[in-house]
Ligand binder design. Structure first.
Ligand code: FAD
Ligand code: MLT
Ligand code: ZN
Length: 567
């Protein structure tokens, strides 16, 4: 305790951090203070590789495409069993909707005429990557990837596909976690990566307008150079695209501070299934002229239209960012710490994330170069608290005073305060690395739930009791947003275990009026589970909207809504 107090009082240092960009030019000057409190070991000895890059945070997709996937099925016939198992959900046999046509040679010729040869991809390796999701759980058998370069090309493609009744899957960075971004059968993949221009940036209002295929991290770098930040940050930033982020209404690590994309997205351009381009690309903060249609597309997972351009409100980059990596003895302490952080840190609190000891264990065992910042023993829970403000000495003092009080009050049992950008990266690497560590550990059943914070961890414990030692049940996530990532890790997929997990997990969530998808969406994995979180009347209205905007159902079929209601 004394060490902690003394160290905090001696602290006169600060760091400027831009977490999303390891090449950031921000200053990192740190006089002698060791920010480690609670143990006597110098922080520098405890932390990992300062040379880490973003590719270690999120390896390129190609590294994740392994062998062991079932081979593509022949789709010449029209009613096929699903060619591969969907490991993310209870085994279901799906039928290809017979109303969809199959690609023929004339189609290919037309596509090549309009898009140019190189934007009509039939190469096997690239098809394999585009057919397979990040988790290697879902695999389609599309024989065609189209790469539009302009909104007009997107419009032409959709108009053509609609007239031929060819089903399509819009694809961004293909980092989605619910099987939404890959085909189920032979749907044409429309990949947005060539539409990657920044169209305008208004520094006075902080409004960025860009094409949908811009990679999140590239937008982060651009804005950094202008003195701004994206209101959105997630572990997949090196691959995911802003169009995919908006289509999934991604949450991520800054949600606590900047809120949902429903609030930050000011405008969209979207292309409907029949090729109609909807210009909703406003850059106004306030506009109450009729229904705000853009909200239909935010979070609709490519089922209502293809987002081609985005206008987004971005906050200025603030000069003082601090990050603490803390240990708590139990979940109640994590909750109380959150409550206190909201009260005492107030306007400077920018992230509050947690992971349990099993998550930490996975990261330490499966990710290279990651070290436990709080050795020697493991703690039951770890919390990351980030503050972002504009007054370094005030912010730091405020955080330190808060940490001191929390330690004295027993809410925190140990902790470290990052002293430079490398330390901050290494702390974030632990939290952001959990999904990757789970992938490396073997099979994983992934659930992304909104629940009342005080109930959240009860589910993890209930699941542990239910599954016994056969599976490792881990809990981590965005505690500050009431968003639990419950993951069940096994050496191999196992139907018996899955039978114990589902529908239990959905029923439990529904009982507490939680959401079965806090941020990842429904995709294919949960299309048939929507009723756990939405009333029949709401689902009916969604089906009507889907039918109105996409009467032939060509946009991302089998996803989001139960196929039985849309086909
Ligand atoms: P894809 O995966 O390509 O597509 C996702 C869905 O959007 C699909 O249904 C697709 O059809 C549709 N789509 C894509 N682009 C368009 C478009 N232009 N128009 C219409 N529809 C489109 N998610 C979070 O919310 N928070 C997190 O913290 C988070 N962390 C993650 C960390 C890791 C390591 C990984 C692998 C994933 C994480 N995700 C997270 C999930 C995923 O990254 C997000 O859902 C992301 O927003 C998907 O973007 P994408 O460009 O990869 O889209
Ligand atoms: C995260 O918060 O790490 C992401 O949503 C990914 C996941 O849930 O695994
Ligand atoms: Zn998340």
């Amino acid at each position: 305790m004394n060490t902690y107090c003394r160290l905090l009082r001696r602290s006169s240092t600060r760091y400027l951090l831009h977490r999303s960009n390891s090449n950031s030019q921000h200053s990192t000057q740190f006089p002698g203070f060791r920010g480690h409190f609670g143990t006597s070991r110098p922080l520098e000895q405890l932390l990992g590789d300062p040379k880490r890059t973003l590719s270690t945070v999120f390896p390129p997709l190609r590294e994740h495409i392994g062998s062991g996937l079932t081979s593509a099925c022949n789709v010449a016939g029209h009613t096929h069993r699903l060619p591969c198992r969907f490991f993310g959900s209870a085994p279901i046999v799906m039928q290809r909707n017979p109303k969809f046509s199959t690609i023929n040679a004339d189609d290919i010729t037309k596509f090549k005429e309009i898009l140019g040869e190189k934007n009509v991809v039939q190469d096997e390796e690239r098809l394999l990557a585009a057919n397979t999701d990040w988790m290697r759980k879902y695999k389609g058998s599309s024989t065609l990837v189209l790469q539009p370069r302009t909104t007009e090309e997107v419009s032409w493609i959709l108009k053509y596909c609609n007239s031929r009744c060819l089903a399509v899957v819009p694809q961004g960075g293909n980092t989605g976690l619910v099987g939404g971004s890959v085909p189920v059968f032979d749907e044409v993949i429309i990949t947005m990566g060539s539409m990657k221009n920044i169209i305008s940036f208004d520094k006075v209002s902080g409004i960025l307008v860009c094409e949908a295929g811009c990679i999140l991290e590239n937008l982060v770098s651009f804005l950094d150079s202008q003195g701004f930040v994206m209101p959105l940050d997630l572990g997949a930033k090196g691959s995911c695209q802003i169009g995919g982020n908006v289509s999934t209404n991604a949450g991520g690590l800054r949600f606590l501070r900047y809120g949902s994309l429903h609030g930050n997205v000011l405008g969209l351009e979207a292309v409907l299934a029949n090729g109609t381009v909807l210009d909703m690309l406003g850059t106004l903060r306030k506009d109450n002229t009729g229904y705000d249609l853009k909200h239909l597309f935010i979070g609709s997972e490519g089922s209502l239209g293809i987002i081609s351009k985005v206008s987004i409100l971005v906050p200025p980059k603030l000069s003082s960012v601090n990050l603490a990596f803390l240990a708590c003895k139990d979940y109640v302490s994590c909750q109380n710490l959150l409550l206190e952080a909201k009260r005492k840190l107030g306007e400077i609190l920018s992230a509050f994330e947690f992971l349990d000891s099993d998550s930490m264990d996975l990261v330490l065992n499966h990710l290279e170069g990651v070290r436990n910042p709080l050795p020697p023993s493991m703690h039951n829970f770890y919390v990351l608290i980030e503050t972002t403000g504009s007054d370094q000495s005030y912010d730091k003092e405020k955080l330190e005073a808060f940490l001191l009080r929390s330690m004295e009050g027993g809410l925190i049992s140990d902790g470290v305060l990052a002293q430079d950008i490398n330390q901050a990266f290494s702390f974030w690497r632990i939290r952001e690395g959990v999904p990757e560590a789970l992938m490396k550990a073997g099979a994983v059943y992934k659930y992304d739930l909104s629940l009342p914070v005080e109930k959240m961890y009860d589910l993890v414990e209930a699941m542990r009791i239910r599954l016994g030692p056969a599976a490792k049940v881990v809990g981590y996530g965005h505690l500050g947003d009431g968003n639990l990532h419950l993951n069940i890790s096994l050496p191999e997929y196992d139907d018996t275990v899955l039978g114990l997990v589902e529908p239990f997990v959905y029923e439990w969530t529904s009982k507490y009026r939680g959401s079965i998808s806090a941020e990842h969406g429904l995709g294919l994995m949960k299309a048939n589970k929507i009723h756990y979180s939405k009333s029949p009347e709401c689902v009916d209205l969604m089906v009507s909207i889907k039918k109105l905007l996409d009467p032939n159902g060509i946009l991302n079929p089998y996803k989001v809504l139960p196929s039985s209601l849309t086909s």
